[in-house]
Design a protein around this ligand. Structure first.
Ligand code: GLY
Length: 460
């Protein structure tokens, strides 16, 4: 938790950015795994933690803008809670820690927000909170999310997108844990080791230093499947292990890195060639990222590097601008170059990906591949982003494009059969935009060149 004054300032700023009405921020409750009381590890809602700072379940924050009053609603712990969970602070004490004076029992929420004033709330992603709002506002659950407050959502996004110095320290700490996870994964990347064992050990490291991983670990020799959570493989010589993983730190900030390691620590020439194209796309994207540039243009430039690299290898052909306009490189990288990172690994995605990543000036380009970019707008100091180019050989997609004669002017389909068992390579770093360019969120960069990764695997 930060100092009390930070939460007070954030709520003041939020209040100033809205004209009138009542803001309702719902904290999260426990989520049962298989019965109430046997719960997933508790995860507070990120906007709630940002404004209210309290990492305990079943709290609601209400800001009455017209009446200039704020409330924390919750219920006191019962004697049973104390018997099972220990001595817990009162609601009043918890509210005082974050500068909120007035507390109320949660049963008073309907009365507090009754009347005809506008109730500002964000889109809900947990069914429990959706049902609570449905009941409170007397709306069908489906309608609740249609009627969210765009004004509140925009105000939250504007504040959360620009990270303060104290938030950057938290992100750095999450980066430190993520870094350690990846070094272990690289060192374990030996023939005969199971993907499950590596995933389990690095997730264990995350849990030993923070509450959890920032997203389910992606670790597989089948790196061509972009979000592959199947860890059932045994590492084989000659293959690549793609590891996309990160941690949350104690204050819930996230890291997200990807490296692709040759099993046994020796890349073949074919693997080196593809790795080096992806590395150039990563390094050039980082060099290009600075205030005033749209991330959409950085994404397009990454496609240009992939195209030119694959053309040099003979796998693509034709004119660069024509190929980019036709979206041909998307065959090899059907995802976006990166996303905002913060309290969520895809920061604020629950508030609406397009509201976070686009604006009136920069609209989403809906073409295949370009359209997957989560964050396209102009960069500003304090934004934190991932940079994650990749090249994947997805046999089903290649066969589909070939059969449908898509981009035949730019793709050497005849040569791609040799790559059907290649897998995929993704490299991902986390950056913060500075006044003049960008810098890594965590000062140490993971081994990233072929030589550095080979050395890391062999230094055991
Ligand atoms: N690193 C996982 C993701 O961006 O979805």
């Amino acid at each position: 938790m930060f100092e009390k004054k930070i939460y007070i300032q954030r709520r003041e700023q939020l209040k100033k950015s809205l004209q009138s009405g009542v803001v309702l921020l719902l904290g999260n409750g426990e989520a049962p795994v298989n019965y109430a009381g046997n719960d997933y590890s508790f995860r507070q809602d990120s906007s709630f933690i940002y404004y209210v700072g309290l990492n305990t379940p079943d709290l609601v924050y209400v800001l009455d803008i017209d009446g200039d009053k704020e409330y924390l609603l919750g219920d006191e712990y019962s004697i049973d809670d104390i018997i099972w969970m220990g001595n817990l602070p009162s609601l009043k004490d918890r509210a005082a820690e974050v500068g909120i004076e007035t507390t109320l029992p949660s049963a008073q929420l309907p009365t507090l927000i009754s009347g005809t004033r506008k109730i500002h709330y964000t889109k809900q992603y947990r069914y429990r909170n959706l049902l609570l709002l449905s009941e409170l506002l007397n709306k069908q659950p489906k309608k609740v999310n249609n009627d969210f407050s765009v004004e509140l959502t925009r105000a939250i996004i504007a504040m959360r997108l620009i990270k303060s110095p104290e938030e950057l320290k938290e992100l750095e700490e999450a980066g430190r844990i993520g870094y350690a996870m990846h070094i272990i994964a690289m060192k374990m990347c030996q023939p005969g080791v199971s993907e499950q064992e590596i995933a389990g050990i690095i997730e264990g490291l995350a849990i030993s230093q923070g509450p959890r991983v920032s997203f389910p670990t992606i670790l597989s020799q089948n790196g061509q499947t972009l979000h592959n959570h199947d860890h059932s493989g045994i590492l084989e010589s000659g293959r690549l292990m793609l590891c996309d993983a990160g941690a949350e730190n104690q204050n819930l900030y996230a890291s997200d890195f990807t490296r692709t390691t040759a099993v046994g620590g020796r890349y073949s020439q074919k693997q080196k060639d593809i790795h080096n194209i992806v590395l150039k796309a990563l390094n050039d994207s980082i060099a290009m990222a600075k205030p005033g540039i749209t991330y959409q243009s950085v994404h397009r430039n990454a496609y240009k590097i992939l195209f030119e690299g694959l053309r040099d290898l003979g796998l693509m052909k034709g004119d660069t601008e024509e190929a980019l306009n036709a979206g041909a490189p998307a065959l090899f990288m059907p995802h976006g170059l990166g996303h905002a990172l913060g309290l969520d690994v895809h920061d604020m995605e629950n508030l609406g990906e397009t509201l976070v990543g686009y604006d009136d000036e920069t609209q989403r380009d809906t073409r295949f591949g370009y359209g997957s970019l989560r964050f396209g707008k102009r960069l500003e100091p304090g934004q934190v982003l991932t940079v994650e180019p990749g090249i994947y050989f997805i046999p089903q997609l290649i066969k589909k494009w070939k059969a449908e004669k898509i981009n035949t002017n730019f793709i050497r389909f005849d040569l791609l059969e040799d790559y059907y068992s290649f897998g995929g390579i993704r490299l991902e770093d986390d950056i913060v935009i500075t006044p003049t360019g960008c810098r890594p969120v965590y000062e140490k960069r993971l081994p990233v060149t072929v030589e550095e990764i080979e050395q890391t695997v062999s230094d055991r």
